[in-house]
Each structure stands twice: as structure tokens, then as C-alpha cells.
Design a protein around this ligand. Structure first.
Ligand code: NDP
Ligand code: GDR
Length: 363
């Protein structure tokens, strides 16, 4: 493998939302990028196919390898072959609701997977040359202890996902302190985009808005409308990840917008884009969102989408990232919603009747 640059990144979770944006960003910065993808029965590289070129072409700088965070031998072999200068550990079972259904698998991938990667670096004696980024999350804050949440806010995880990520956070800190590794946590608040997974609430909403407009879906079913999230754009956040690894000293940083909105507001703004103003009627489990003009019910509640323990309010304080990294979000909440709705409208135009609403899965 010929490598003409000393900037070699390894991204776990490259096929996910953030992996795709990060790969694009790092290629733009002149990196050679290696990514780990899982074997699946359907193709799972859709988000990065536009970046991929045949490995026999001249000047190829993106390479994909089969692997899994549950397979230490695979991680050790890949690290040894690739010899990266930066590792971005983004791979995770990242769905909070799903983690209540698959808690052991989530812990294995998200918690132990992080340990396996750190230990692989240590086993290969690469701890002095590799910089390590851990995809930590605002879910660590969970039950509100302090608002806005910052690097020193106490953690109180509220799901198997968040508990697994808590382990990953601390094992990253521990390898930094014990072995002097350049290992840092990015504590990222929710970030979305047109390529967000379809079962996260934002994308579920924007897909439904586009489908309702075209008449291929009648109604959108949701869980907790009052949950508040600090939503930014994934494109902005991956630059923050990179900036964290460019610092002389490894440290942990909150990346957030400093603004919070309810799921309900997201719904209202998204529907406004297709010229439907939503009016809320009824109470409790009977509450519905109606089109003001036609009176038609467009949004209804379904208990299946509620979580056994919820995170009610997330609002981040990005002051440290602004001061030390020179990072701040660029995309406003309204721009984010607009971009996602417009993208789903475009996709619906081409897929038309083949569109499948997210109705069946409890997510
Ligand atoms: P996605 O769910 O879109 O992507 C997750 C990636 O991890 C996918 O590439 C997935 O592969 C891969 N993956 C899952 N399990 C394994 C495994 N066992 N072995 C190897 N790869 C695996 O998540 P995002 O891109 O949104 O998030 C990236 C990271 O950041 C995650 O760790 C997430 O927990 C964390 N995070 C995300 C935030 C957000 O708002 N997006 C906020 C804070 C943290 P496949 O494509 O095959 O499923
Ligand atoms: P979250 O994202 O749990 O914050 O985790 P998600 O979009 O799944 O939920 C956000 C909020 O919306 C409420 N909600 C619904 N959620 C889903 N998925 N489906 C619904 O129908 C629905 N109705 C209401 C949820 O209860 C919740 O309050 C995301 C993931 O990317 C994590 O990996 C990451 O760590 C955190 O963001 C920060």
C-alpha cells in the first residue's frame, strides 16, 4: 500500500452519517483515509459510494476494510497494516431506543469495542504516534443535573446506550492518563443531516413530511413530543472532531449549538416547509397535530415510540470549543430542518411509490 502523506486516518463507523461526512472532510484535508465496514447482506456503503474509487485507480486515497468492533484480532491486524496517525472511533450501535432491546450487544460494541481499539493501539506499541478520538455523547448527561451542560457537568446516563458510552468515555480518559496517549472525547450533542438514519426522530419527521406531501403516507406517529434537544448539522461537527485531534494536548470537549428545541417545534417547522401549519388538539395520549387549513390529522402519538427512561432536556455549552478549538456551529436550526426536508422531497420524487414509511419498527 503506497502512502504519500504522513496524514493517515482510520475511521470506524465510516458507513454511518458522521463517518461519511468525516471521510469527505479528511480527504479534503489531504489525508489518506481508511474505514472499517461491517459485512452485511445488503450493501451498506451508500453514504460513501460517491467518495469511493476503484483501488487500482491512480491516486486513490480512500480504502475500506471489513471489520467489527466486537473482533479484537481483526482490529489489531488492521491497525498493524494501516499504521494510522489518527483514529476516529465512531462505530457504535447508536440508537438509544434500540439499546433497550439489545443492551448486551450495545455494551459489547460501544463500551468494549472502544476498549478493544485502545488496547490494540497499546499492544502494537503505537500509543506514542496515534491520536485517538472517541465519539462521546450528550446522552451521558441524561437526567438533568445542570443546564446548560458543559465538560464538568456530572453524568447521569438514562439508557443502556448511554451507560455503554459512559464506559467508553472513562476508558478513553484512563488510557490518556495511564499511558500518556493522545486520546480525547468529543461530547457531541445531537447532529443531523439529510443522510441521518431514517429511524432518528429528525429524519423520521422530514421523510414523513415529504411523503405526506406526495400522498404516499397519511400520518406520522411519534413518541415524546416534549423532549428537548440541541440539534446541529453533522457537517459542522465532524470538523470539530478533527480540530480536537489537532490540539497539542489531548482533552475532552463539548460540541453543541447552545440552543434547544422540542420535537414538537421540529415537527411544526418541517411541516411549514410544505405549507401545512400544524395545530395541536386533544391532551395526553390523545393529542394530535392537525393541518390548520384542512383539519386533517397529520401527526398522532404512539406509546411504542416512548422510552422506558427518557432524557428530557439537552442544551450544551460550547464555550470551551469556541475558545480553544476556534470551532462553532455554522448551520442554524431552521437551515438544518429546511435542508433535510428539501433533500427528502427530492428523494421522494425519484423513489415515488416505492417509499416505505417508518411505521413498523418501535423507533
Ligand atoms: P450511525 O448509526 O449513523 O453510524 C454508526 C456506524 O457504526 C455505522 O457505520 C455502523 O455500521 C457502525 N457500526 C455499528 N456497530 C458496529 C460494529 N459492531 N462494528 C463495526 N461498526 C459498527 O451513527 P452516527 O454517524 O450518527 O454517529 C457516529 C458516532 O457518534 C456513534 O458512535 C454515535 O453513538 C456517536 N454520536 C452521535 C451523535 C449524533 O447526534 N449523530 C451525537 C453524539 C455521539 P453499519 O452502517 O453497518 O450499520
Ligand atoms: P437521541 O435521538 O435519542 O437523542 O439520540 P432520537 O432522534 O432517536 O430521539 C430524539 C428525541 O425524540 C424523541 N422521539 C422519538 N425518537 C425517535 N427515534 N422516534 C420517534 O418516533 C420519536 N418520538 C419522539 C425521543 O424520545 C428523544 O427524546 C441521538 C443518537 O444519535 C445518539 O447516538 C446520540 O448519542 C444522541 O443523539 C446525542
Amino acid at each position: 500500500m503506497t502512502q504519500q502523506t504522513d496524514k493517515v486516518a482510520l475511521i470506524t463507523g465510516i458507513t454511518g452519517q458522521d463517518g461519511a461526512y468525516l471521510a469527505d472532510f479528511l480527504l479534503g484535508q489531504g489525508y489518506i483515509v481508511h474505514g472499517i465496514k461491517r459485512r452485511s447482506s445488503l450493501l451498506n456503503t451508500e453514504r460513501i459510494d460517491y467518495l469511493y474509487r476503484d483501488r487500482h485507480d491512480a491516486g486513490v486515497r480512500l480504502f475500506l476494510h471489513y471489520g467489527d468492533m466486537t473482533d479484537s484480532t481483526n482490529l489489531i491486524r488492521l491497525l498493524n497494516e494501516i499504521r494510522p496517525t489518527e483514529v476516529y472511533n465512531l462505530a457504535a450501535q447508536s440508537h438509544v431506543q434500540v439499546s433497550f432491546e439489545t443492551p448486551e450487544y450495545t455494551a459489547n460494541t460501544d463500551a468494549l469495542g472502544t476498549l478493544r481499539m485502545l488496547e490494540a493501539i497499546r499492544i502494537l506499541r503505537m500509543q506514542d504516534r496515534v491520536r485517538f478520538y472517541q465519539a462521546s455523547t450528550s446522552e451521558l448527561f441524561g437526567k438533568v443535573q445542570e443546564t446548560p451542560q458543559r465538560e464538568l457537568t456530572p453524568f447521569y446516563p438514562r439508557s443502556p446506550y448511554a451507560v455503554a458510552k459512559l464506559y467508553a468515555y472513562w476508558i478513553t480518559v484512563n488510557y490518556r492518563e495511564a499511558y500518556g496517549m493522545h486520546a480525547s472525547n468529543g461530547i457531541l450533542f445531537n447532529h443531523e443531516s439529510p443522510i441521518r438514519g431514517e429511524t432518528f426522530v429528525t429524519r423520521k419527521i422530514t421523510r414523513a413530511v415529504a411523503a405526506i406531501e406526495r400522498g404516499v403516507q397519511e400520518r406520522l406517529y411519534l413518541g415524546n413530543l416534549d423532549a428537548k434537544r440541541d440539534w446541529g448539522h453533522a457537517r459542522d461537527y465532524v470538523e470539530g472532531m478533527w480540530r480536537i485531534l489537532q490540539q497539542e494536548e489531548p482533552e475532552d470537549y463539548v460540541l453543541a449549538t447552545g440552543e434547544t428545541h422540542t420535537v414538537r417545534e421540529f415537527v411544526e417547522i418541517a411541516f411549514r416547509h410544505i405549507d401545512r401549519d400544524i395545530e395541536w388538539r386533544g391532551e395526553g395520549a390523545e393529542e394530535v397535530g392537525c393541518c390548520k387549513r384542512s383539519g386533517k390529522v397529520l401527526v398522532a402519538l404512539d406509546e411504542a415510540y416512548k422510552r422506558p427512561t427518557e432524557v428530557d432536556l439537552l442544551l450544551g455549552d460550547p464555550a470551551k470549543a469556541i475558545t480553544k478549538l476556534g470551532w462553532r456551529h455554522r448551520t442554524s436550526f431552521e437551515q438544518l430542518v429546511a435542508e433535510m426536508v428539501e433533500s427528502d422531497r427530492k428523494i421522494l420524487k425519484t423513489t415515488g411509490a416505492r417509499y416505505e414509511p417508518v411505521l413498523h419498527a418501535a423507533q
